[in-house]
Design a protein. Structure first.
Length: 270
C-alpha cells in the first residue's frame, strides 16, 4: 500500500512517481528541496528563490511569490507545486490547481514545525534519509538554544516602512525570536480582535516605550544603517538599542532554520 502523508491543508499525498517535476513558489522551500538532493526534479521557482545561489540560477523563474506567471508554470508541466499559506495567494493557487496534479500546501508557524515539513517532503519525494539528517541537525540547534537561560527582552521587529509593519506573536518570526526569550511587541495574536498577523504601527505608539530592542530586518524591506540612525533621532526611540538583523535567518524555515537558530543564538549573545 502506498505511503500517504497529509499537508497543511489536510490534503493527502501519495509518494511521487519517479520523474516528478516540481515547481516551488516559496524561497524557503526551494532551498529545502536542494538540501533534500532533489536538484534534478526542480523545474521552476520564483525570482525570490535565490538560495542556493549556484544552483537556482539554472532553474527557470515563474514570476514572484504573489505575481505568479500562470502560463510559465503551465509550460513547465509540473507534477507537483509547493506553496505556503502566508506567502502565496489562494486565488492564484486555485488557478494553478486546475492543471497541476499535486499541490502541496505548507504553513510552518514555529521552528519545531520544520520537523514535520522535512518529513512531509521527504516522504512525498522519497528522501526520508535526507529528511532525517536535517531533523537531527535541527534538533541539535534547538537543544543548544534551550540549554541556555536567556534573559527576557521585549523587541520590536520591523519588516516594512511606509507604512511601518511588524509581526504578531503567532508568526514564525516571533516563534524564532522566542527561542532566545525575546517577546515581540505589540502583544498581539494574528486575528485577535481583528488584528493582522503582520500589523502596521505608528512610530508614536505608546507601547514602543516598552521595547528593549528594535530590530530592523533585511527583508522583505531592506533596512540599512541609514534607517537605524534616522529612527534613533525620533523622540520615541531615543536611547533605545536599534540594530539591523538578517531577515532570511529569522524568517526562512526549511533547511535555513538550522543555520538560522545558530545565527540567532550568536546574535542574542552580543
Amino acid at each position: 500500500m502506498a505511503t500517504r502523508v497529509v499537508d497543511a491543508a489536510g490534503i493527502e499525498h501519495a509518494k511521487a512517481q519517479r520523474g516528478a517535476r516540481i515547481v516551488s513558489l516559496v524561497p524557503s522551500l526551494t532551498e529545502l528541496l536542494f538540501a533534500l538532493k532533489l536538484d534534478a526534479q526542480i523545474v521552476g521557482r520564483t525570482g525570490f528563490c535565490v538560495h542556493p545561489h549556484d544552483k537556482v540560477r539554472n532553474v527557470p523563474k515563474v514570476g514572484g511569490t504573489k505575481a505568479v506567471k500562470i502560463d510559465a508554470v503551465r509550460a513547465l508541466q509540473p507534477t507537483h507545486l509547493l506553496v505556503n499559506i502566508d506567502e502565496n495567494e489562494r486565488d492564484t493557487v486555485d488557478r494553478l490547481r486546475a492543471f497541476v496534479p499535486h499541490v502541496v500546501v505548507t504553513h510552518p508557524l514555529a521552528p519545531h514545525d520544520n520537523f514535520a515539513l522535512y518529513a512531509l517532503l521527504g516522504a512525498i519525494f522519497d528522501r526520508e534519509d535526507e529528511a532525517r539528517e536535517l531533523s537531527l541537525q535541527l534538533r541539535s540547534q534547538l537543544d543548544a538554544c534551550a540549554s541556555r537561560a536567556w534573559p527576557q527582552q521585549n523587541v520590536l521587529y520591523a519588516i516594512w516602512r511606509e507604512p511601518w509593519m511588524t509581526v504578531a506573536r503567532d508568526t514564525y518570526i516571533a516563534a524564532m525570536l522566542h527561542l532566545v526569550n525575546w517577546q515581540t511587541l505589540p502583544d498581539l495574536q494574528g486575528g485577535e480582535r481583528g488584528a493582522a498577523r503582520y500589523p502596521s504601527f505608528d512610530l508614536d505608539a505608546a507601547w514602543i516605550r516598552n521595547a528593549d530592542r528594535v530590530l530592523l530586518s533585511s527583508e522583505p524591506y531592506r533596512f540599512t544603517q541609514r534607517h537605524a540612525e534616522a529612527l534613533s533621532r525620533h523622540a520615541r526611540f531615543q536611547g533605545k538599542r536599534i540594530e539591523l538583523i538578517d531577515g532570511e535567518m529569522v524568517s526562512w524555515y526549511g533547511s535555513r532554520a538550522i543555520d538560522g537558530i545558530a545565527y540567532l543564538r550568536d546574535y542574542a549573545s552580543r
